[in-house]
Design a protein around this ligand. Sequence first.
Ligand SMILES: *Cc1c(COP(=O)(O)O)cnc(C)c1O
Length: 399
Amino acid sequence: MTQTKQPSKSTISIWGGETKHAHYERSTQVPVVHSIAFGYKDIDTWRAVALEQEEGHIYSRNTNPTVRAFEDKVKELEGAAAATSFSCGMAAISNTFGTFLRPGNRVVSIKDSYGGTNRLFTEFLPQMGIDVCLCNTNDHAELEAEVAKGCTMLYLETPTNPTVKITDIRRLANAAQVVDALTVVDNTFATPINQNPLELGADIVIQSASKFLGGHADALGGVACGSKELIKKIYHFREINGSCLSPTDAYSLLRGMKTLSLRVAQQNRSAMTIAKWLLQHPVVEGVNYPGLETHVNHAIAKTQMRGFGGMLSFSVKGGLDAIKTFLPKLQYAHMAANLGCVETVVGPPLVTSHVECTDEERATVGIPEGLVRYSTGIENVEDLIADLEQALAYIANPA
Ligand SMILES: *Cc1c(COP(=O)(O)O)cnc(C)c1O
């Protein structure tokens, strides 16, 4: 984009990455280039592209025009210098770890990270001789103290899954900078519409594009954004290790992202309305939503987020039995493990993100048996509330 005034997120989500790549056959939309290889008529041009002296593509495991358009759009939305993409969000995370972590290194992170990420921390990184220190998510002093002891990487996720806890990115990135550690932030829940971790001092921002970015639950993808220097290293690791994004999924994600800012704006508004409505409901015991003034980190959320997101969680009286009673009665919600799409999706952490945890482990991160994760869709909010009302009524009067 060559304009002098920085375009708004809604404009970038539509035009970002598109124009440069859409010249094939004068199409106005980015074409899906299925070709795994790109042929050359002369060795000099081929060599120049291979040496990255000239723009172009050689082999789709490395780069591909459709995939590049996706990377460029996310890059612009995050205000980053560079981006590289992956087959899914977990690949973005594991490749970033693989790029920067060596045996003997130390990582500081939080107890509440995404289930898959937590598995990397507790199962796979220790196997590779990497020391992982997981702090209480809300305890900034503990995180700062552990970072100050020295580490290679500080890894954050905010808001977290499913209790939507918030950590102060700027404060902790400053602490990491003192010990020369990289700050990596998983921005999946917030999306670049609501939060830009790079502006808050993070070095690398990661996203599962399978969630809000794509928004239609029909394509897997992941992305990492940051400086040219850091992303070049991650790209090199990924190009050799091979977890590349498919052009078909890149196309679906590009198409979904055109409505990203519209969807997220609606989800921000609806989630806030629903969170407030749930607060006053007699069978609801607690509501977690960073937009509520009662949220323990509301003040931090207000300074680092432009919107509070579509994710919330709430607990109901009666625990697991109550959930088994009311969730299947919801008419406008899928009971499923995903989140961030146009449809509302609900699931108890007991069977989704925290299925492998013991009761005690769940209790330490604040997940009661009766907790429900609610990913607000873009349906009419009054319809969603009426749906919750009729379903919750079954808890008092099981049919
Ligand atoms: C889903 C998710 C991931 C993993 O992404 P996949 O695309 O499923 O691999 C990582 N972090 C967060 C916060 C997620 O919600």
